[in-house]
Design a protein around this ligand. Structure first.
Ligand code: SF4
Length: 428
């Protein structure tokens, strides 16, 4: 069995030996993306599994082992990990956990410490915890984001954005129920093979795969219906995770809406760009700033191609990162980086300006940064864009689904009424 090694601060290291023997458990935080992250990790030789348990009651497991003041996303992720260790038959001597660490001013930077504390309390202090971050925190010899893995994660993000955009634009209009989900299953299989292939790196393969994805989804026949578009914005975890947001996408689709969710890649670009911005404003290594700017420009260049192909096939696409950033001029300073910062406000403006003025702004209860850049901006948005129809939903430890749904349905009925009025006006 792999020997346990600790660093000078007493942190249990994930060693190369452990990489051979251990299964790395990954919490499912965003279904359109984490499936492909998993493919990328497995193709690089990791034994990895996604935790897909999605019962909100998991939060009680998280609450048992952590302070009740911590953020809802942390409680859910900690609860999901401990539930898996206790009940899902894993050998606790052969698993490691991986969690993202943002490195920003928000409490998310400390989730890892909270998780370790909770594990110790639950009797699992011997389970290594790996930090996935872009800042080089807590290095582990058994887990390295090599250039090859970095590229694969990049591809996974671009494909995740493409697949999410296509599913959301097609499924509400499908002629044959289940056709879109079947296309998604086929695409997931195609992507699994894509990541396992040795030549993942080449641009040509990436472009070819994007084309195949769009072609497969274009086979789904669609009805010419007019449905209200509803955007989802908010704190990163509750925005993308069905466990965190009580299956919000499903609720909205069932209520007769087309869901619009901004691409996850914008959040990563925002994180890189925020660091570059801070270096410029407060000082820091110019080389790092230059590297970050190059990374952002390179990623945008690669995303441009996918956008172009989707547009050509008749689908709506997200706007470039730079254009998104410009939208907040006069609304909020681009130095606002805590939580989702100015990006959340920018996403709401983008949705309002591009046909989805109906928005659900999701926020964990007590998430101060997002209350400021989300809820706090609604009055100003309403003043500039009277057509905006934003509802803020808190996700809490004792969240009542009925209460959340009532508020969401009220927003949806307003959206439907307006759509009818607009259609009537256009036909006159
Ligand atoms: S963004 Fe909100 S929920 Fe997330 S860590 Fe910060 S305070 Fe907590």
């Amino acid at each position: 069995m792999a020997e346990r090694v600790y660093d000078e601060n007493g942190r249990l290291i994930f060693t190369e030996e452990m990489r051979e023997e251990y299964t790395v458990l990954i919490p499912q935080m965003a279904p359109y993306y984490f499936t492909y992250f998993l493919d990328a990790a497995i193709s690089e030789g990791y034994k990895a599994e996604l935790l897909t348990t999605d019962d909100y009651a998991l939060i009680h497991e998280g609450m048992k082992y952590s302070h009740n003041d911590i953020c809802v996303p942390a409680m859910l992720v900690i609860g999901q990990f401990i539930d898996a260790l206790k009940k899902k038959g894993y050998d606790a001597d052969k698993v490691a956990l991986v969690i993202t660490q943002t490195g920003g001013g928000c409490r998310a930077s400390n989730y890892i410490a909270l998780l370790r504390k909770a594990l110790a309390k639950a009797g699992y202090e011997h389970v290594p915890v790996i930090s996935l971050n872009a800042n080089g925190f807590e290095p582990n010899p058994g887990f390295k984001v090599t250039p090859r893995l970095f590229h694969k994660l990049h591809d996974a993000l671009v494909f995740g954005d493409v697949v999410m955009g296509l599913v959301n634009q097609i499924r509400p209009y499908e002629v044959e129920p289940g056709d879109t989900d079947r296309a998604r299953e086929d695409v997931d299989k195609m992507l699994e093979a894509y990541f396992m292939h040795k030549k993942t790196f080449t641009w040509r393969r990436h472009t070819k795969m994007t084309k195949r994805i769009i072609e497969r989804f274009s086979e789904v026949r669609m009805k010419p219906l007019n449905k209200p578009k509803v955007g989802i914005v908010g704190e990163i975890y509750v925005k993308y995770s069905p466990l965190g947001n009580n299956r919000l996408e499903e609720t909205l689709e069932e209520a007769g809406c087309e869901v619009v969710v901004p691409p996850l890649y914008d959040f990563f670009l925002y994180s890189f760009d925020s660091r570059a911005h801070d270096i410029k404003r407060y000082g820091g290594p110019w080389k790092e700033r230059l590297a970050l700017r190059v990374i952002v420009a390179y990623i945008e260049h690669r995303r441009k191609k996918a956008r172009k192909m989707m547009k050509k096939a008749g689908f709506a696409v997200s706007i470039p990162y730079k254009a998104l950033k410009r939208l907040v001029d006069g609304f909020i300073d681009i130095g606002t980086h805590t939580g989702e910062g100015w990006l959340l406000t920018a996403e709401m403006i983008d949705l309002i300006k591009h046909g989805a003025p109906n928005i659900v702004c999701t926020q964990p209860f007590g998430c101060l940064p997002n209350h400021i850049v989300g809820k706090g901006m609604i009055k100003k948005l309403k003043k500039h864009y009277p057509e905006s129809n934003v509802v803020t939903i808190d996700y809490d430890t004792s969240a009542s689904k009925v209460n959340q749904n009532n508020r969401i349905h009220l927003m949806v009925s307003n959206a439907k009424r307006r759509l009818q009025e607009d259609t009537r006006e256009t036909s006159l």
